[in-house]
Design a protein around this ligand. Structure first.
Ligand SMILES: [Zn+2]
Length: 258
């Protein structure tokens, strides 16, 4: 169910045990070849497919287009809530949903920069409600819901990058008209460096010396519409299976239903 299409009595009738999903994305540069709304459009497609599979068993809020994208601000058009503002925004949305009486809340993410604030918002909200024993506050990125290992021999990347093989493929599957030529783009997967330490970074610097960043991270040259269809199918099926478990949760246990 789409929250935006329900009346308030419709929503009230689904309290307290209908899982409530808050999808969060971003509006940020996606290289020389893809539009700024890429993350929001891809997440909306995942949500559309999951909603189709679960029908009236789960409520989906509209995709939140503003994310934490400060690391992309060197590129024109990127809009971003600063990390602290974004943390508060997520916590407020969580608290809205809890205020209305829902107890099973999933923040479903579609942008890497949202991951740290998302975990912090969930952690802080749980601490504020320490006396409660009936809450399932969880967060994940849609690409987490896939089998371990490589998705198929045809894939070059085994993880999501940025405007990369995976994201470009998915955009080709839904809006090929918005994808500009990408055959000339280099593989720019430089990792994080200095591992196992975590290094603070901005997108522009994650390129080899002397190279000016075009904005992508990963290898868009290997994108195809067929790969995009396979990625959507995998992520939507995995997310739907996960939500089935959220529905099956007994309302109190630490353990997740197997
Ligand atoms: Zn993206």
């Amino acid at each position: 169910m789409q929250l935006a299409e329900l009346t308030w009595p419709d929503v009230k009738a689904r309290v307290p045990d209908t899982p409530f999903v808050i999808p969060v994305a971003a509006l940020e540069q996606h290289g020389l070849h893809m539009p700024l709304a890429t993350d929001a459009m891809l997440l909306a497609e995942v949500v559309r497919r999951v909603d189709e599979q679960l029908r009236d068993r789960v409520i989906f809020a509209p995709v939140q287009w503003l994310g934490n994208s400060h690391h992309h601000l060197e590129f024109a058009g990127t809009m971003s809530a600063s990390p602290r503002t974004y943390l508060d925004l997520l916590a407020d949305m969580l608290e809205n949903v809890l205020h209305h009486g829902f107890r099973r809340v999933l923040i479903l993410n579609g942008h890497g920069g949202n991951i740290t604030p998302l975990k912090q918002a969930i952690f802080e909200t749980r601490q504020k409600l320490r006396a409660r024993r009936d809450l399932l506050l969880i967060g994940a990125s849609y690409w987490d819901f896939r089998p371990a290992g490589r998705l198929g021999a045809e894939f070059v990347q085994d993880a999501v990058g940025h405007a990369c093989e995976w994201e470009t493929s998915m955009m080709l599957a839904i809006r090929p008209d918005l994808v500009k030529p990408f055959d000339h783009l280099n593989d720019l997967d430089t990792g994080y460096s200095f591992e196992p330490a975590y290094r603070g970074w901005i997108t522009r610097e994650r390129v080899p010396a002397g190279v000016e960043s075009p904005g992508h991270l990963g290898d868009p040259r290997h994108a195809s519409r067929e790969k995009g269809d396979k990625l959507f199918e995998t992520f939507a099926a995995g997310t739907a299976r996960f939500l089935e478990k959220v529905i099956a949760w007994d309302g109190q246990s630490w353990e997740f239903p197997s």
